[in-house]
Design a protein around this ligand. Structure first.
Ligand code: GLU
Length: 434
């Protein structure tokens, strides 16, 4: 029996096909052709599979592409994740192991869209990222701008892609060009991979665009493998663990829709920051040793859970509903809640900046509706009326505390800096549409 990863010859009723055997998918045998494309062959049609060599030793050749004058230049910075992964044929798991050139060879369409430069910044799963990685990325993006590229694509693991897109949105002041993060839910060597459409759509959007200068995310719009959306970097989130349309815009519309088949990129709303001829972005970095935490509210909490954050510069409370925490003693079973209130007060007194967000993800915090919420405002919990996701609030708080004195950071937390807080009217308009 031929195993995935081996070079094989597949005999069907009509032809013989040579390539590397991939893990099979439902009723298909999948083979990677030497062109880089995966081909699914109906199992019914397969007469025999012969192993040619145990290990694929033939290295793909990557001829240097000639620069095409009429095409824009895009740099792809690779950070790892599923989009840059393939199946480890020994373990069956997915490992991050693609070289950038290999990705380019897999998606030859990219070469017709732009002159592509590509390099590896890191090769990691995104749950392992730290603020230091954001700083490296920001510098790499700036380097590319100085070199005169028209836009940057960052390939990224999807788990924390929305944290990175938010971080870069705050960190890159006066960004003069688009920076689009693209991930994938299925690795690039799977027949059902979303990597190609996400990456190609990101490149097509940058090439078609002459104005857009935001940090954004490009992922599948729905489960059909046809369109992608360009999502706002500070207002999107991974909302599904496995679906290809896992990323959604939160409390706003996506910026744009890309239909690569029809060669269309249409804006769904305006108000984005515009491209400029500037050669440099000002980087406002993250403090790498800063301690900021997130606490998720739930029934039966203990004050010691909050106390664990003493000494932290900031704490995001991921509250329930409109922004509530279990802080009221209402009967003899709720004595601990009064201690929680005391503990939050202590944290603030000792210098931790505490902000409120909501687990509902959609909608805004409104701590004025119920009395306990008003008490939280009174003791200094920030974030009222903001509709930032907990992740964006976490990144914003961390970035503010990295770059501004505490009092200034507190003042700025509730201000809309880069589109992370919906303007009241815009938000209500969206709400009515749903
Ligand atoms: N957990 C990994 C990551 O976020 C893989 C998931 C993915 O890329 O979608 O990097």
């Amino acid at each position: 029996m031929a195993k995935p990863g081996e070079r094989v010859k597949i005999k069907t009723d009509k032809e013989e096909i040579e390539g590397v055997l991939m893990p099979e998918e439902k009723e298909f045998v999948v083979i990677k052709l030497d062109t880089g494309y995966n081909m699914g062959i109906d199992k019914q049609r397969v007469k025999a599979i012969h192993t040619i060599s145990k290990k694929e030793e033939k290295k793909a050749e990557f001829p240097k592409e000639k620069q095409k004058k009429d095409l824009p230049t895009i740099t792809i910075l690779h950070t790892g994740g599923t989009i840059a992964s393939k199946v480890d044929y020994e373990t069956g798991g997915v490992i991050a192991r693609f070289e950038p050139e290999e990705i380019l060879a897999m998606f030859p369409e990219l070469k017709d869209i732009a002159n592509i430069k590509s390099r590896l910044v890191s090769n990691m799963f995104s749950e392992n990222m730290r603020f230091g990685h954001y700083n490296i990325l920001a510098k790499e993006i700036d380097k590319e701008k100085k070199a005169g590229v028209d836009g940057v694509i960052i390939t990224h693991g999807t788990d924390t892609m929305h944290y990175t897109s938010a971080a870069l949105s705050f960190m890159l002041k006066d960004l003069p060009m688009p920076v689009i993060l693209a991930g994938a839910q299925r690795s690039s060597d799977r027949g059902s991979s979303d990597a190609a459409l996400n990456l190609i759509s990101a490149a097509f959007f940058i090439a078609a665009n002459k104005k857009f200068a935001e940090v954004a995310v490009c992922m599948h719009e729905n489960t059909e493998d046809k369109t992608c959306v360009i999502l706002p970097g500070t207002k999107c989130r991974k909302m599904h663990s496995s679906r290809r349309d896992a990323f959604q815009a939160i409390n706003v519309l996506p910026w744009a829709r890309v239909d690569y088949d029809k060669k269309q990129a249409n804006y769904l709303r305006t108000g984005f920051r515009k491209t400029t001829a500037k050669k440099k972005t000002q980087i406002m970095p993250m403090k790498e040793d800063l301690k900021v935490g997130i606490i998720y509210c739930c029934p039966n909490m203990y004050a010691e859970q909050f106390k664990a954050f003493s000494g932290y510069a900031g704490l995001v409370i991921d509250g329930t509903g409109l922004g509530h925490a279990p802080v009221s003693e209402t009967d003899k079973l709720t004595k601990e809640n009064a201690k929680i209130m005391k503990e939050i007060q202590n944290l603030i007194k000792k210098g931790t900046t505490v902000v409120m967000t909501t687990q509902t993800i959609f909608g805004a915090v409104d701590m004025n509706v119920y009395a306990p919420g008003r008490q939280l405002i009174d003791i200094g919990v920030l974030g009222n009326y903001c509709d930032m996701t907990p992740e964006t609030a976490y990144i914003k708080l961390s970035w503010l505390l990295s770059n501004y004195p505490k009092e200034k950071a507190k003042e700025m937390f509730g201000q809309n800096l880069v589109g992370e807080i919906s303007e009241r009217l815009e938000y209500e308009k969206e709400f009515i549409k749903q």
